[in-house]
Design a protein around this ligand. Structure first.
Ligand code: UTP
Length: 289
């Protein structure tokens, strides 16, 4: 059986980012930088590394800067050229490789992650595709999506990345139950969104990386809204898992939840300690602290 190749990556970035207010009143959460690159750029680089060549951004209000970030900046380039800043010019020109194309779709109301993914349907059409939530960052030699593409080549079906989280955090996540707790990948039996601690089927929480089959779209179109009026991707994947194989994969690497302030700060410290220009000075500063 030839497995489908994942060429399209969907970035649902239509959320309000309320946990970062007032910073996100007029600025997209995904444009907040970890050291010197915005979250969305790390996510796009991970998708490109995994073999995707079409980035599909599902945006909302305050997100125009994301479109500008991946577009040419003619005035800035001209200015840098005239000042002979070759290094900076290179950075600005190489934000995205030339073979990669971008589509932008507007999610007019933030009706949930499931709704955002459904907005990408006209562009994704009938292909398997990836979904990356830029506020989940995974630090590892091979990006999380690249690891999942390798898994998907072997298993077929859909693949979702999961992480074991402590009991007290479980109610913040979509949680899976799998056929075999000890194996990875493992077939998903069921999924629930934000269960209370006593009702969680496991401690395996879904993080912001998915490879999905296009059969998810008709399910998303039918699935209802939850108590908060949001259309949940988890509910749709739970239905998909009854119709075809969905695998939970425990990725390799360290995950940072950059949608929370603490996770964002942890990622900033970690990436600063690895940054070639900053590592020495930053470590010295931390030691002094
Ligand atoms: P979050 O639950 O983190 O919500 O969404 P949020 O709005 O981004 O942030 P907070 O909780 O208010 O601080 C998870 C992902 O789903 C996307 C978000 O942009 C984020 O990548 N999302 C959520 C949408 O694209 N559309 C939505 O309607 C809701």
């Amino acid at each position: 059986m030839t497995q489908p190749i994942i060429k399209k990556a969907v970035f649902p970035v239509g959320g309000l980012g309320t946990r970062f207010l007032p910073a996100t009143k007029a600025v997209a959460k995904e444009m907040l930088p970890i050291v010197d690159k915005p979250l969305i750029q790390y996510a796009v680089e991970e998708a490109v590394e995994a073999g995707c060549d079409h980035m599909v951004f599902v945006t909302g209000r305050t997100k125009k800067s994301i479109e500008d970030h991946f577009d040419a900046a003619v005035e800035l380039e001209t200015e840098l050229e005239s000042r002979q800043k070759a290094g900076l010019l290179e950075i600005v020109r190489n934000i995205i490789p030339p073979h990669v194309s971008c589509s932008f779709i507007r999610q007019s109301h933030p009706l949930g992650l499931g709704h955002a993914v459904l907005c990408a349907r006209p562009v994704v059409s009938n292909e398997s595709f990836a979904v990356i939530l830029p506020d989940d960052m995974v630090d590892h030699e091979t990006g999380c999506l690249g690891q999942m593409v390798d898994v998907q080549k072997q298993t077929g079906g859909s693949v979702i990345a999961v992480d074991e989280v402590p009991d007290e955090d479980i109610a913040a996540y979509g949680v899976v139950s799998v056929d075999d707790d000890k194996s990875s990948p493992a077939r998903v039996r069921h999924m629930v969104e934000k269960p209370c601690r006593t009702e969680a089927p496991s401690r395996l929480a879904v993080i912001g990386r998915y490879i999905l089959q296009p059969e998810i779209f008709p399910i998303l179109a039918k699935v209802g809204r939850d108590a908060d009026g949001e259309n949940q991707l988890t509910d749709a994947i739970a239905i998909l898992a009854r119709q075809q194989d969905v695998y939970a994969f425990r990725f390799h690497g360290t995950r940072y939840d950059c949608g929370s302030k603490l996770g964002f700060l942890k990622a900033t410290v970690q990436y600063a300690m690895k940054h070639p220009d900053l590592a020495d000075g930053f470590r010295k500063y931390l030691n002094e602290l």
